[in-house]
Design a protein around this ligand. Sequence first.
Ligand SMILES: Nc1nc2c(ncn2[C@@H]2O[C@H](COP(=O)(O)OP(=O)(O)O)[C@@H](O)[C@H]2O)c(=O)[nH]1
Ligand SMILES: [Mg+2]
Length: 303
Amino acid sequence: MFLALYERLKSGLARTRDLFSDIAGLFTGKGRIDRNFLLEMEKRLLLADVGATATREIVKQVEAAFLDKEIGPDLAGFVRKILLAMLPSEKLELSRASEGPTVILVAGVNGSGKTTSIAKLANRFRKEGKTVVVGACDTFRAAAVEQLGTWAQRIGCEIVKGQTGGDPASVAHDTCEKALAKKIDVVILDTAGRLHTQTHLMRELEKIHRIVQRKIPGSPHEVLLVLDGTNGQNALYQAGQFSKTVSCTGIILTKLDGTAKGGFVFSIRQNLGLPVKLVGVGEGLGDLEPFDPETFISSLLDK
Ligand SMILES: Nc1nc2c(ncn2[C@@H]2O[C@H](COP(=O)(O)OP(=O)(O)O)[C@@H](O)[C@H]2O)c(=O)[nH]1
Ligand SMILES: [Mg+2]
């Protein structure tokens, strides 16, 4: 299991790995850890999108422990530990209801990968033997509803659709109702990523959140924000906007296969305080992996 995940991450993160091998390359060289070395390390960490805050922290700690010492094998281990400490491993698993349906609300801007990630997630639950209903609350685009419908059919899960242009919150309501009536294990709600205005979008999300909470007390058990890994700083900005409205419980970071920005996981954690819970490494149903810091860091740093 560990090996499979490790190998999949390694190939999915090929481009990010290239940049991290530049960082790891520093630790196997010869010479002294001086100012130039630290500057070079800083540059390479920034290039790998580890982010300014995290980079500063890493360089500071290396300086304190290793300045004027020879480069040796303990340096690589030291940096690996710092990186690991930046990605606390508690609360990474998705919360589940102790009884009744588990409700997962999924938000994010258009094109970030919400619908695809929902399909992948639903597929994971189906593989566990759970029953799933997805709610197509993105009623603003007929194509969005259709896309989710196609996935639902492929995966073998239920779907609740509203009318195009209909009230998204009422779709959320009906989805919860169906889950309760048919004793379905997991509810996953797809939402719109764009409305007439930003305020409108956020108000809609709030409303869905409220309705779900009322319908199934204790829910939603997860509010997952989907961020496109190729978007870098812009995705951080979006995340800030969303989390002002609904309190998110975690991030799904998508498209890590198409980008060299996997180092972004560190800046998300440092800047938003939100854990990346799942990563998307491709367009197929199997291309969503639970985020495991140790495996992630190993897949970046190991040869
Ligand atoms: N390469 C890659 N493409 C992805 C990933 N996740 C989503 N996509 C693609 O991104 C595009 C937008 O995805 P979609 O789920 O429709 O985004 P939504 O508008 O947020 O619902 C689609 O072409 C997906 O196939 C991923 O992890 N890797
Ligand atoms: Mg969508």
